[in-house]
Design a protein around this ligand. Sequence first.
Ligand SMILES: [Zn+2]
Ligand SMILES: [Zn+2]
Length: 96
Amino acid sequence: MKLCERCDNTFIPKVSYQIYCSLECRDTATKAKIAERYHFTRRQKRIGKNRRCLGGCGTSLSIYNDSGFCANCNVSKKAVDKTLKDLKGFFDYEQE
Ligand SMILES: [Zn+2]
Ligand SMILES: [Zn+2]
């Protein structure tokens, strides 16, 4: 018996190097690894570059920042998005 590295199920391996209980677990694990690798490379590319917040506040962003906005601007961006949505709803209503 072996313990699946993905879902913690126990299983009987068909081959000695089998580490996942099922094809699904193997696929999910492979996809997760690819995604992880992709994010890792993206972050590595950011090293040495001085990325500034897209909100125009001048804050330097860490390599882990995926949104392009600093924490402060990210909040206000969401607020703006919401306001725009509300406005759109308002205009839709007006046209009827
Ligand atoms: Zn599994
Ligand atoms: Zn900012």
